[in-house]
Design a protein around this ligand. Structure first.
Ligand code: HEC
Ligand code: HEC
Length: 101
């Protein structure tokens, strides 16, 4: 191949790749965004209590008292810091133990 042929060949491949990606690329599941993860369901923090912090949804603020920052609750566990921006209605995603199948 001479230089011109090489340039034309590369051009056709690149344009073809861009066309293919722009047409079919939407169906490619890459899953690199954490937003595509399954929201972790709530573990039963106090199985012996019916109104513990993971048993009932009161308000976003009440959840955030323990999840705005990670904190260690002695004798219980360390709460993970909220992994995303503020979203309302926490338990629509993070299922309460009573809503889990
Ligand atoms: C009294 C503090 C406290 C409150 C209030 C609280 N949590 Fe937690 N949360 C924890 C602790 C401690 C853990 C870690 C549990 C473990 O590691 O076993 C945890 C874990 C989690 C997890 C990770 C999954 C799991 O259960 O291990 C999510 C999600 C979560 N909490 C969301 C919420 C939501 C939503 C609310 C409000 C309905 C809430 N939390 C209220 C202390 C709290
Ligand atoms: C639209 C769905 C949705 C809503 C609403 C939502 N979350 Fe999440 N949450 C997720 C997903 C998905 C993850 C895990 C992946 C990530 O984003 O990193 C997560 C992760 C978390 C974690 C980290 C858990 C761990 O084990 O590290 C905490 C804590 C948490 N959310 C708390 C909350 C609180 C508190 C609220 C309400 C103020 C809330 N979430 C509302 C979807 C949601």
């Amino acid at each position: 191949m001479n230089k011109l042929q090489t340039i034309i060949f590369v051009l056709i491949v690149v344009v073809g790749a861009i066309y293919t990606l722009s047409t079919f690329g939407n169906n490619i599941e890459m899953n690199i965004l954490p937003e595509n993860e399954t929201p972790p369901p709530l573990s039963d923090l106090f199985p012996d209590r019916s109104s513990g912090p993971h048993q009932k949804f009161v308000s976003e603020e009440s959840c955030l008292t323990c999840h705005q920052e990670s904190m260690t609750i002695p004798g219980l566990a360390t709460s993970p810091k909220i992994a995303h921006e503020m979203r309302s209605n926490c338990t629509s995603c993070h299922l309460l133990p009573s809503d889990q199948i």
